[in-house]
Write a protein that binds this ligand. Sequence first.
Ligand SMILES: Nc1ncnc2c1ncn2[C@@H]1O[C@H](COP(=O)(O)OP(=O)(O)OP(=O)(O)O)[C@@H](O)[C@H]1O
Ligand SMILES: [Mg+2]
Length: 266
Amino acid sequence: MARPPALLEARGIRKSFGHVEALRGADFEVHDGEVVALMGDNGAGKSTLVKTLSGVLTPDAGEIWFAGERVSLTSAQDARRRGIETVYQDLALADTLDPPANLFLGRELVRKGLWGRLGFLNHGAMRAQASEAFDRLGVTVRAEHGAVGSLSGGQRQGVAVCRAVMWASRVVFMDEPTAALGVTQTRNVLELIDRVRSSGVAVVLISHSVPEVLAVADRIEVMRLGRRVARLQAADATTESVVAAITGAETEDLLDEQGTVDGGQR
Ligand SMILES: Nc1ncnc2c1ncn2[C@@H]1O[C@H](COP(=O)(O)OP(=O)(O)OP(=O)(O)O)[C@@H](O)[C@H]1O
Ligand SMILES: [Mg+2]
């Protein structure tokens, strides 16, 4: 099948933790401006795959391709420099800092000091930009709320999503971004995903919610036991077909239909 090259692609990724094989030849791809849902039961390897694609974990084997070239992502910073941002499942926030400081963590705005030498953190500018970003997402947190560690789970999740979207220029991974969110905040995140897609940035959404995925995704990739086992166009998918792919009822048929080569041998 003639497809344009993927923006970001995993080929045959393997990753073990001790004797647990989390990824056993996992494949994955996401194209420019596409929303791909990554689904699969608990322990299927979704978070581990995302961590290898965002520079946090080094794969034991396999290839990562980004914008047409093979890359090795050496760190999360390396991935970020390439425009890849991630909302981790554990959120990875700095609990002792306030919400704006979390948004600018590692990318603080600095004001030139005397002689243009000494740098001062530009708290005013960071707060203003942060509150604009929070407004856009409908996140109701502000600097005055103090340390992020004392926020509710949903507010923390809002801060993490905001931070990723604010800095992503090519692709943003969201590992269960709506898991702790209320109805309104969930709707905000889904609308935000739509907006991110319109801006040309790709979104990889990990979610266990089939309705949420069918509402927002263009494609669905399903993992089981550390491998990709199905790829579906969201427009053609039904709740039943997605559930069947996740539980394994129809895997072989789906793979044949999609022409997918299992196990990353290409
Ligand atoms: N740091 C780690 N050390 C040891 N084992 C790990 C580690 N991270 C993941 N694993 C194991 O790898 C497998 C895949 O885990 P992973 O977190 O990728 O699954 P997941 O698909 O994200 O599941 P969930 O839907 O529950 O978030 C699991 O068996 C898990 O126990
Ligand atoms: Mg996970």
